[in-house]
Design a protein around this ligand. Structure first.
Ligand SMILES: Cc1cc2nc3c(=O)[nH]c(=O)nc-3n(C[C@H](O)[C@H](O)[C@H](O)COP(=O)(O)O)c2cc1C
Length: 199
């Protein structure tokens, strides 16, 4: 058997309840780094464990990017990836000046087309910039293959509900998929009908 050296990654927040000082955060990072972890994805808000639901914990505790920048300064040898509330490529570019990476959570799911620019902007890859509909057409053979295997349509379409976010007809595209994809008889026609709202 061959062994592969994968980076060891931990995802954490900047604090929990009243344990939210920069010193405690850096003690934690230092301790985990000493155990062999070299990559940290840091969600730049603390978690309030008593009283807030997981959803509220993603919205209510304020973002504190400075805390993550300070971690990077304290541990320049570690790979520090910042996360929390990042919604644009421009924000990501700016945050990358002070960190080693950026993680998009909800925005990547709610507005997946944002990822279309990533290769060109961050990796210098000359991409064929595709339209949303071209992207969808590339996804379709996979959807058809899965339908043939008996996978329900909504298992695939729920990941593309936000593909046309902010575009003319995008809300109707989303609504049509939401209302029809879960039906037992739902086939690729549901998706084609949804596309007709945005074409
Ligand atoms: C539905 C949902 C489930 C999540 N589950 C986890 C999880 O299991 N573990 C985790 O570390 N973060 C989890 N997160 C948090 C995200 O990884 C991310 O840290 C958080 O959404 C903040 O980033 P964002 O503002 O870019 O979304 C979840 C987020 C959402 C929306």
């Amino acid at each position: 058997m061959t062994s592969v050296n994968l980076p060891i990654t931990i995802k954490c927040r900047i604090g929990i309840d009243d344990r939210d000082s920069q010193r405690e955060l850096e003690d934690f990072i230092g301790t985990v780094a000493n155990a062999g972890c070299d990559t940290f994805i840091v969600h730049a808000r603390k978690a309030i464990l008593s009283g807030l639901s997981p959803k509220e914990n993603r919205e209510i505790p304020p973002l504190n990017y400075d805390s993550v920048f300070a971690v990077k300064q304290a541990f320049p040898e570690l790979s520090i990836i910042i996360n929390g509330g990042i919604k644009t490529i421009e924000d990501a570019e700016s945050l990358l000046k002070k960190t080693d990476g950026v993680m998009l959570g909800r925005e990547a799911y709610q507005n997946p087309f944002i990822l279309n620019e990533v290769d060109a902007v961050f990796f210098g890859t000359a991409t064929n910039v595709q339209t949303r509909t071209e992207t969808l057409q590339k996804f379709m053979p996979y959807i058809e293959q899965e339908l043939e295997r008996g996978t329900p349509l909504h298992h695939m379409t729920r990941h593309i509900l936000g593909l046309y976010k902010g575009q003319k007809g995008g809300k109707n595209f989303r609504r049509h998929l939401s209302e029809n994809s879960y039906k037992k008889t739902a086939d690729i026609g549901v998706l084609l009908d949804a596309i007709s709202y945005v074409d």
